[in-house]
Design a protein around this ligand. Structure first.
Ligand SMILES: [Zn+2]
Length: 283
């Protein structure tokens, strides 16, 4: 993807410099410390935080020099911020065309483990979107695993696809689709509920393809293949085969490799948001 030198989103929260034990390891500065405190003490009042804040500031000034992010880490941060900016441009346009206003999500970069309004998570859970705080959480090391463990070919557009998929969940939240699905699932069996989860996930893939359609002026050779390879690698059937050696279709929550590739492709080819009714298609 052609990304260097272009606009980067300002909706970024970089927590990669922070340890998972609650100690500030990199020069996150005051903002970093406040973010950390909010994580640790989400519900507590401001006066309770003040002494801890002072304590942490002292701790930071006396501790060993912080370890800065590597050049590669910095570059990766710039790349994902550019992709996020591109999703903002495209979704503002699509929402406007449909008489609506797009509200931008934020992206949190972390390492190890993280706290979100949806609860705590570790790198093992992979990138995710939390509707409660409208933030996308990403441990960028996940993409190494996508290659080494799940056999995706990698490349920058594999990452762009995953970000666009998570932004797709944000769009579903804004449009009320996710809320409706969660409500319906309360009265359904596990198997029937899983089918709705699959439709939701495939629609996020469709939205990732749709975004790529609108953003195609920045595509480079091989980008679409990278996205399709990533979509293929994260299919439920592919993952189950890798993890347990066999496939249990009723337990699918994201769709098969074939379905994921198909819906990404449909969004990319049509560029038409009305073609993305994955719910009707599954019945
Ligand atoms: Zn998803």
């Amino acid at each position: 993807m052609k990304w260097e030198g272009r606009r980067q989103s300002s909706n970024m929260e970089d927590r990669r410099g922070m340890g998972t034990t609650g100690k500030v390891v990199a020069g996150g500065g005051l903002i970093g410390i406040i973010v950390l405190l909010l994580n640790l003490f989400g519900g507590e009042s401001a006066q309770n935080l003040t002494p801890i804040l002072e304590q942490l500031q002292q701790q930071q000034s006396t501790s060993a020099p912080a370890q800065p992010l590597s050049k590669e880490d910095e570059k990766m941060g710039m790349f994902v911020a550019t992709v996020l900016a591109d999703t903002e441009d495209v979704w503002h346009k699509i929402f406007k065309e449909n008489g609506m206003t797009y509200k931008e999500p934020s992206m949190v970069l972390f390492r190890g483990s993280v706290q979100s309004a949806c609860g705590g998570a570790t790198s093992a859970s992979g990138p995710f979107y939390c509707p409660a705080d409208q933030k996308i959480y990403m441990d960028l090391d996940f993409f190494d695993e996508l290659q080494t463990r799940f056999g995706a070919q990698g490349g920058d557009y594999a990452i762009a696809y995953v970000i666009a998929h998570e932004v797709g969940h944000h769009v579903q939240t804004l449009l009320g689709t996710s809320g409706k699905v969660r409500q319906l699932q309360q009265n359904l069996s596990k198997t029937e509920g899983n089918k709705l989860s699959v439709a939701l996930e495939l629609q996020a893939d469709f939205y990732a393809g749709l975004w790529t359609h609108y953003n195609s002026k920045y595509l480079e050779e091989g980008d679409i293949e990278e996205a399709l390879s990533a979509a293929q690698a994260v299919g439920d059937d592919a993952i189950q085969k890798k993890m347990q050696g066999h496939v249990v279709p009723d337990s699918f929550t994201h769709g098969t490799s074939e379905q994921r590739v198909k819906w990404f492709g449909k969004g990319f080819k049509t560029g038409d948001i009305r073609q993305g009714d994955t719910f009707a298609a599954l019945n």
